[in-house]
Design a protein around this ligand. Structure first.
Ligand SMILES: [Zn+2]
Length: 1095
C-alpha cells in the first residue's frame, strides 16, 4: 500500500490525517460513505482557507497530497464533494506560482477537470456554481499547461465553454473565467479555426461592444481572445466580411479620445492587436486602407508620440501601417545590373545563363501580383508540435565525419600542375649569378625594368605597358582623364590644388595613381577618377566613436515614409541621377550625383522631398542582386541644411548601421585645405524593412519579400564642395597597383621580392601574385638550403569586393613585410610569403559587392573552380595543389575578409573536434585525434592585436561553407592552419578600441600584428634547437604551449547575428510572424512588467 509519506511522520498535522482518511475512502471499491467524504473534504477546505501552512504541507515536495485529492475528484459523483475539492484546488493553485500548477498538470489534473467539465455540460441544467469553479480552475491551469489547447479539444470541452458563454452573456461573474479559458483555447491554431466556425468571433464582438469603462478586465480578456482567434486566416476573413475592421478602428479611436489619462493602454493595445492580426490577410489590409486606417493610426500615433509610456501603441500602429502600406515597385526597368559583361563561356546551368535567358519583356522587378499571398486557408496541422522544432543553429554544421577529416589528396596529376613551377623559382634559385642592381631605388618606374633576369613574360609586358602609360599620364594629369573628370565637375579647375599627400602617405602618389588607372579595365569603360582615390586618405587623428543610437530614430524615419502616402502632394519624385536612362532633370534645385568611376556604385537618385533623396544601388555585374557596397559623389549642396539619404534596395535583414556604424564621407574642400581623409559621418542612421517589394526572381524564389532602407542624414559644411560617400574606406584595384609599385621600391638587398601575374581576369586585368622572403645570408650551400626550405605562408584577400577593409589589412601586412625593422627581417628569414592581395580585381573595379564578372561569389567556387569562369580561384588553388604535390604544403593559409554584421576582428578556422562537439554525432569526439595547433595563431593574435577578439572566433566547419577557401584549403590541401580572418566594418566592443569605429590605421595595424603573430608562431613551431636561438621569447611560449594543452571546452558556435537587444526594439521587420514580433510575448503581462521590459 502506497501510504502518503507525511501521514506516518511523528506529530503529523491535522490536514495530513485528513488526507490519510481521504485516501482510505478512495481505496474503497465503491464510495458509499458520501457523508464521510463530504465531511473530510469540507474540513480540508476549511483548514486551507484558514491556515496558510496547510497548503504548504499538501504541496510539499514528495507529498502525494495532490494525487489523493485528484483521485477523489475523479471518483466522486457528489456535487458537494466536487465543489469542495475544486475549492481546495483553486486555493492551492492561487499561490505558489508555476510549481504547484506544474504538479497539478503532471498528475493529470487538467484532463480530470476537463472531463468533469464535459460530463457536467451534458446535464440539462448544470450547476452554475460548478461551472464557475471549473472555469476558474482551468483559467489558472491553462496558460501554464503547454498541451492545454489540445487536451481541451480532444476532451470535447471547447463547446461546453462556448455554449455556457452564449447563455450567460450578461452574467459577468461567470463570463470572466469562461473568457479566460477561451483565451487559452484560442491560442491553439486548430482550436481557433474550430471556435471560429462555432461563431466565437461574432460572440467576442458582442462582448466587446462600444467604449465603456465598466468591466475593463473582461473587455481586455475578450480582446485578447479575439486577437488570438483572428490569427486564423479564416476568422480574419470572417471579420472582414462582417465589416469589423472599421468597427475596430472606431473603437480604437473612441478609446484614444476618452482614455485621456492613459489608464487603459493595454486595452488600446489589445484593440490594435486585433487589427494587426486581421491585416495579416490581403483582404484585411484592403479593408484597413478602405476604412482610412492609415490616416487614423497615423494621426492617433502622432498624438501618442509625446507620451513615452504609449510607445507600445505607436510601435504596434507603426507595424500595422508598414504592413498595410501599399507595396511599391522599385523605380527600375530591371533589377539586372545596368552593365553586362559578355562571357566567353556561359555554362547553361549557371546564374548568368539564367539571368539573360529570360524572354524580353519579362518584368523582374516585381511579381505579377503586387501583393503576393497564398490562398487564405488555414493549415490544420501546424503549431501543435512546436516543441519538436530543431535547434536551427545545428542545421548547418557538418556532421559527416569523413568530410571533416582533412585529407590531403592529390586530385590532379602532377604533370598538369608542373606549369606552376614557374611561380616558385625561390625553391630552385641558386643565386650563383649575382642579381643585378638590387640597390635602393627611388620611385621610378624605370626601376622595374632593372629587375633581375626577366621574371616572366607577363611581367615584361607589364613593364613595357607601364612605361608607355607613364607618357600618357604626364598629359592626363592636366587633360585627358583628370580634365574630363571631377575637376570639371567642381568648376574650380583653376583653384584646385593637389594636397601633398605623398609626404604623409609614403605609398601614395597621385600621378602614379593616374598611371595605374589607365591600365585598369572596367566594364563601363570609366574615364573619371574619384578625388579620394587620387588625393589619398590620411587617417584622422581624432577618435570616431561608435554612434549611440538616438531613441525613436527608426520610428520617426518610418513615419516620414508613411507621410509619403498620407500627403502625396508633398512628394517631388524627381529623378536626378540615372544610369539606365541618362539625361535627367537639372533645374539647379537639387544635388548632383555621380558614381562613374572605379569602384563606384550608384544606379539612381530620386529627389523625394526638397532635402531628401532615395538612392538605388546597382546589382553586381551579370547578376540581379548583391547590393550593399556604395561609393558615389555628391555636389551642388547647400550648406547647413540636413539632407536625408535613403538607400532603398538593401537586401540583408539587419545591419551594423543599426548598431552604431556610420557611413564614410570625403570632402574635397577639406582635402584641399590640408585634410585629405575619409571621416565617419551621418546622424539618424538606421536600417529597416521598407515598402519596396522584391520580386521572387530577386529573392531566390521567395515571394512577398521586401527590400530594406538604410537611411542617414548629413549636413554639409562647405559651399561648392564635392563630397563622396562610401560604405567603407574605398580601396580600388588601381590603388593596389600603385601600392605595389611603391612597395617594390622599398626593396633592400636583404629583401627577396617578386611580383608576377598569376593570371588575367575575365575583365582583362592582371591578378598579381607576390613572393616575399629574405635573401639568403650568403650564396653558401647552407644558406641557400635554408632559403629554399623556409615554410610557406599563403595569404589572400579581397575575394569579396565590398569588403574593402580586407585590403587595408593586407596593406598593413605588406608594409610590414617590406619594412626594414629587425622583426620584419626575422619574419622574412622565417618564411616564404606567397600573397595574392586581390582575388577579385574585376569585382573591385566595377563596384560589385560580392561577385566577379561571372555573376558568382568566388568564395563559393573553391571545390571545383573553372579555369574559364573563375581564373583567379582556379590558379590560386592550383598553386596550393602544386605546393602539396612537391611536399611544401603551407604552414598557414589565411584569406582576409570583412564582416558586415559583427564587431572586432576574428578568425574562422577548421577543427573536427570542435565541429563534432557542436553536433550530436554519436561518434565519441575523444576517439578523434587532432592537433590543437590551429588555435595558436588566433590566440597569439588576441594577445598582440587590440582589435582581435578570440571569443568571436569559431572553428566549426559548416556545410554552407564547404566550398570556401578556408574549408577547401584545410580539407583538400591539408593545411591545418587554414583561416578566414574577418575584420569588422563597424568597430570594436572590447579591448583598447572598445566603443570606437574602426579606421584604416587600426586595420593596417591588424595586418602588421598578423605578421608579428606569424613570427611568434614560427618560434613555437620550429624544432627545439632552433627555438633556443630565441630564448627571449621562451617564457611566453611555454605559457602558450601550456594553454594549448588545456583547451577543455570548444568555442561557442557563433551565430550570424549576435548583437544584444536594443533599448529601442530594432523593428526592421514589418512581418507579423511571432518570431519577429516584439510584442508577442507581452500579451499576458501586467503593465508594470510591460514597462520594465520596454524601457
Ligand atoms: Zn567575405
Amino acid at each position: 500500500m502506497n501510504k502518503p509519506k507525511m501521514a506516518t511522520e511523528k506529530g503529523s498535522s491535522r490536514v495530513l490525517m485528513l488526507l490519510g482518511q481521504l485516501e482510505r475512502l478512495n481505496g474503497e471499491a465503491v464510495v458509499t460513505d458520501i457523508e464521510a467524504i463530504r465531511q473530510v473534504t469540507g474540513k480540508i477546505l476549511h483548514l486551507i482557507q484558514t491556515q496558510e501552512k496547510t497548503r504548504k504541507e499538501i504541496m510539499t515536495k514528495g507529498s502525494s497530497g495532490m494525487e489523493v485529492i485528484l483521485t477523489s475528484l475523479e471518483n466522486t459523483r457528489d456535487l458537494q464533494t466536487i465543489l469542495n475539492i475544486l475549492c481546495i484546488l483553486n486555493e492551492l493553485l492561487t499561490v505558489g506560482g508555476g510549481r504547484r500548477v506544474g504538479v497539478f498538470v503532471s498528475k493529470g489534473g487538467t484532463a480530470i477537470v476537463l472531463q468533469l467539465l464535459v460530463q457536467s455540460g451534458k446535464e440539462a441544467s448544470p450547476s452554475e456554481e460548478l461551472m464557475l469553479h471549473l472555469h476558474s480552475l482551468l483559467a489558472k491551469v491553462g496558460p501554464k499547461d503547454r498541451k492545454f489547447g489540445i487536451k481541451a479539444r480532444l476532451n470535447g470541452a471547447l463547446n461546453v465553454t462556448v455554449n455556457l458563454l452564449k447563455q450567460n452573456l450578461q452574467n459577468h461573474k461567470l463570463l470572466l473565467p469562461c473568457l479566460q479559458v477561451l483565451r487559452v483555447y484560442s491560442s491553439n491554431s486548430v482550436n481557433a479555426v474550430s471556435l471560429g466556425k462555432s461563431g466565437v468571433v461574432e460572440l467576442m464582438f458582442k462582448v466587446i461592444g462600444p467604449y465603456s469603462k465598466k468591466n475593463t478586465t473582461l473587455l481586455k480578456v475578450a480582446l485578447d481572445t479575439l486577437a488570438a482567434l483572428l490569427k486564423s486566416k479564416m476568422n480574419a476573413r470572417r471579420a472582414v466580411d462582417r465589416a469589423h475592421v472599421p468597427a475596430l478602428l472606431a473603437i480604437y479611436q473612441d478609446w484614444h479620445r476618452n482614455d485621456t489619462r492613459h489608464r487603459h493602454m493595454l486595452i488600446r493595445k489589445s484593440i490594435l492587436g486585433c487589427i494587426k492580426n486581421i491585416t495579416n490577410i490581403k483582404l484585411g489590409r484592403k479593408a484597413f486602407i478602405d476604412a482610412d486606417g492609415m490616416r487614423i493610426l497615423y494621426n492617433t500615433s502622432a498624438e501618442c508620440l509625446p507620451v513615452r509610456t504609449l510607445d507600445p501603441l505607436v510601435n504596434t500602429s507603426s507595424l500595422i501601417m508598414r504592413k498595410c502600406f501599399p507595396k511599391n515597385r522599385l523605380p527600375l526597368p530591371t533589377i539586372k545590373s545596368v552593365f553586362h559583361h559578355p562571357l566567353q563561356h556561359v555554362p547553361a546551368s549557371g546564374p548568368v545563363a539564367q539571368l539573360y535567358s529570360q524572354p524580353p519583356g519579362v518584368d523582374d522587378v516585381v511579381d505579377e501580383s503586387d501583393d503576393n499571398e497564398d490562398t487564405e486557408v488555414d493549415t490544420e496541422n501546424d503549431t501543435e508540435n512546436e516543441e519538436d522544432e530543431k535547434d536551427p543553429r545545428n542545421d548547418d554544421i557538418e556532421t559527416d565525419i569523413n568530410k571533416l577529416r582533412s585529407r590531403q589528396v592529390l586530385t590532379r596529376p602532377f604533370e598538369e600542375l608542373r606549369v606552376y613551377e614557374r611561380f616558385f623559382r625561390e625553391f630552385s634559385e641558386d643565386f650563383q649569378v649575382k642579381p643585378p642592381r638590387l640597390k635602393d631605388t627611388p620611385v621610378d618606374l624605370d626601376s622595374i625594368s632593372i629587375s633581375k633576369a626577366p621574371e616572366s613574360k607577363l611581367e615584361l609586358e607589364l613593364v613595357q605597358g607601364l612605361s608607355q602609360l607613364l607618357l600618357d599620364a604626364s598629359q592626363s594629369v592636366n587633360g585627358g582623364c583628370g580634365g574630363e573628370g571631377p575637376q570639371e565637375e567642381s568648376g574650380e579647375q583653376a583653384v584646385l590644388e593637389v594636397p601633398d599627400t605623398a609626404a604623409l602617405l609614403p605609398l601614395h602618389d597621385p600621378d602614379l595613381y593616374l598611371v595605374m588607372v589607365k591600365g585598369t579595365c572596367s566594364v563601363p569603360g570609366y574615364t573619371e577618377v574619384a578625388y579620394p582615390d587620387y588625393f589619398g586618405h590620411v587617417a584622422p587623428n581624432f577618435r570616431e566613436h561608435i554612434l549611440e543610437r538616438v531613441y525613436g530614430v527608426q520610428r520617426s524615419k518610418i513615419f516620414q515614409d508613411i507621410e509619403r502616402l498620407i500627403h502625396p502632394t508633398d512628394i517631388l519624385d524627381k529623378v536626378v541621377y540615372d544610369l539606365d536612362f541618362c539625361p535627367v532633370i537639372d533645374d539647379g534645385e537639387c544635388l548632383k550625383f555621380n558614381s562613374q568611376f572605379e569602384s563606384g556604385n550608384l544606379r539612381k537618385a530620386i529627389q523625394v522631398r526638397k532635402f531628401e533623396y532615395d538612392l538605388v544601388l546597382n546589382s553586381d555585374i551579370n547578376s540581379n542582386h548583391y547590393h550593399q557596397w556604395f561609393y558615389f559623389e555628391v555636389s551642388s549642396m547647400r550648406v547647413g541644411v540636413p539632407y536625408r539619404f535613403n538607400i532603398i534596395n538593401c537586401e540583408k535583414s539587419n545591419s551594423q548601421f543599426n548598431y552604431g556604424m556610420q557611413v564614410l564621407m570625403y570632402s574635397v574642400q577639406d582635402a584641399i585645405s590640408g585634410s585629405p581623409r575619409w571621416v565617419r559621418t551621418g546622424s539618424d542612421i538606421c536600417y529597416y524593412k521598407n515598402h519596396f517589394s522584391r520580386s521572387s526572381i530577386a529573392a531566390g524564389g521567395q515571394k512577398g519579400k521586401s527590400y530594406y532602407t538604410m537611411t542617414f542624414t548629413v549636413t554639409f559644411q562647405h559651399k561648392d564642395d564635392v563630397c563622396y560617400f562610401a560604405y567603407h574606406y574605398p580601396y580600388t584595384y588601381s590603388t593596389l597597383k600603385m601600392h605595389l609599385q611603391k612597395l617594390r621600391a622599398l626593396r633592400t638587398p636583404q629583401i627577396y621580392y617578386r611580383q608576377e601575374q598569376l593570371c588575367e581576369t575575365l575583365g582583362g586585368n592582371c591578378c598579381p601574385l607576390l613572393t616575399i622572403t629574405a635573401m639568403p645570408e650568403s650564396t653558401g650551400n647552407d644558406h641557400i638550403c635554408q632559403f629554399r626550405n623556409r615554410p610557406v605562408v599563403f595569404l589572400t584577400a579581397r575575394v569579396h569586393p565590398g569588403e574593402t577593409n580586407a585590403s587595408w589589412v593586407m596593406k598593413g601586412t605588406l608594409e610590414f613585410l617590406m619594412s626594414s625593422s629587425p622583426l620584419a627581417q626575422s619574419l622574412r628569414e622565417s618564411y616564404i610569403f606567397k600573397i595574392i592581395p586581390m582575388l577579385n580585381p574585376d569585382g573591385v573595379i566595377n563596384g560589385n559587392h560580392r561577385c566577379s564578372l561571372s555573376g558568382e561569389d568566388l568564395n563559393r567556387q573553391w571545390l571545383t573552380p573553372s579555369a574559364e569562369l573563375h581564373p583567379t580561384i582556379y590558379h590560386t588553388k592550383s598553386l596550393l595543389q602544386y605546393l602539396t604535390a612537391i611536399g611544401r604544403t603551407p604552414l598557414v593559409f589565411c584569406d582576409y575578409h570583412g564582416h558586415s554584421r559583427k564587431k572586432n576582428v576574428f578568425m574562422y578556422g577548421c577543427s573536427i573536434k570542435e565541429t563534432v562537439w557542436q553536433t550530436n554525432v554519436s561518434a565519441s569526439s575523444s576517439d578523434l585525434q587532432e592537433d590543437l595547433g590551429y588555435r595558436t595563431l588566433p590566440k597569439l593574435l588576441s594577445q598582440l592585436a587590440p582589435a582581435f577578439s578570440l571569443s568571436s572566433c569559431s572553428f566549426v566547419v559548416e556545410r554552407s561553407k564547404e566550398s570556401t577557401a578556408r574549408v577547401v584549403v584545410w580539407r583538400e590541401i591539408g593545411v591545418q592552419r587554414s583561416y578566414t580572418m574577418e575584420s569588422t566594418l563597424c568597430g570594436c566592443d572590447q579591448g583598447k578600441y572598445k566603443g570606437l569605429q574602426i579606421g584604416t590605421r587600426e586595420l593596417e595595424e591588424m595586418g602588421s600584428q598578423f605578421c608579428v603573430a606569424l613570427l611568434r608562431l614560427r618560434r613555437l613551431t620550429s624544432p627545439l634547437e632552433l627555438r633556443n636561438h630565441h630564448t627571449h621569447l621562451l617564457d611566453m611560449e611555454s605559457d602558450l604551449i601550456e594553454t594549448r594543452c588545456n583547451i577543455t571546452c570548444p568555442t561557442t558556435y557563433v551565430m550570424e547575428e549576435d548583437e544584444p537587444a536594443f533599448l529601442e526594439e530594432v523593428d526592421y521587420s514589418a512581418e507579423s510572424d511571432e518570431e519577429n514580433d516584439p510584442d508577442a510575448d507581452h500579451a499576458h503581462l501586467d503593465p508594470s512588467e510591460l514597462s520594465q521590459n520596454r524601457f
